[in-house]
Design a protein around this ligand. Structure first.
Ligand code: ADP
Length: 204
């Protein structure tokens, strides 16, 4: 059996991942948003809730049965042992749920949208290709300042918690430079989509 084609899409904050993923989605790929899946795991009734309750206790749940994000953030912020306890619950479940979403995807091919793809280990072995959305760091800063109403310092602090532009580019099979107009980006995405369709064995 030939391996089915899948794409990992990443980029720094404000690089334009969401914008570009949405264009691929319009063209026919299935988007799998790993941040959204991670978030859903810890909502009321989410698949991680029972394990969180068993390991951390009910004080880490809210009245409606979601993970208490404020309490959990405080706990794991300065305690790497607790952080890795939480991650050992969440990471396998994120993996399981993303695989499940890919297995039922009905589009041309699945795209895993993973903001911290390079930071989080084994994605390289799980996808056929990694596409990095790249842009000048100053462009990233300006976009996030206006999108999220943050100061330059706040945006720079977030960027410093992510891998560097060079490290991200080093992990890329393909790169899309998102500095032009949306029309130019659409053209570049369309060309890549055609390429991926052929790798997926689909007709253009
Ligand atoms: P990410 O998901 O990587 O954080 P987004 O796709 O949300 O980035 O883009 C960040 C901001 O920049 C958004 O407000 C988006 O509308 C805008 N943006 C993205 N790409 C472009 C572009 N090529 N031209 C103009 N604005 C863009």
């Amino acid at each position: 059996m030939t391996a089915t084609f899948s794409l990992g899409l990443t980029g720094g904050i404000g690089s334009g991942k969401t914008t570009i993923a949405n264009i691929f989605g319009e063209l026919g790929a299935t988007l799998i948003d790993t941040d959204l899946i991670a978030h859903q795991l810890t909502l009321p009734g989410g698949v991680a809730i029972a394990a969180i309750q068993a390991q951390f206790g009910s004080s880490f749940l809210t009245m409606d049965g979601a993970m208490n994000r404020v309490a959990m953030r405080e706990l794991v912020f300065s305690d790497p042992v607790q952080k890795s306890r939480l991650e050992s619950i969440l990471h396998p479940l994120i993996r399981q749920e993303t695989e499940r979403a890919a297995s039922i995807a009905s589009g041309d091919y699945p795209i895993f949208v993973v903001p911290l793809l390079v930071e989080s280990g084994n994605w390289k072995t799980r996808v056929s290709r990694i596409l990095v959305v790249d842009c000048d760091e100053e462009v990233q800063i300006q976009r996030v300042m206006s999108r999220n109403d943050l100061s330059r310092q706040q945006v720079v602090a977030i960027m410093q918690n992510q891998v560097s532009r060079q490290q991200r580019l080093a992990a890329a099979d393909d790169v899309i430079v998102n500095e032009g107009s949306i029309a130019e980006i659409r053209e570049a995405v369309t060309a890549l989509h055609r390429h991926y369709l052929s790798l997926a064995g689909k007709k253009n």
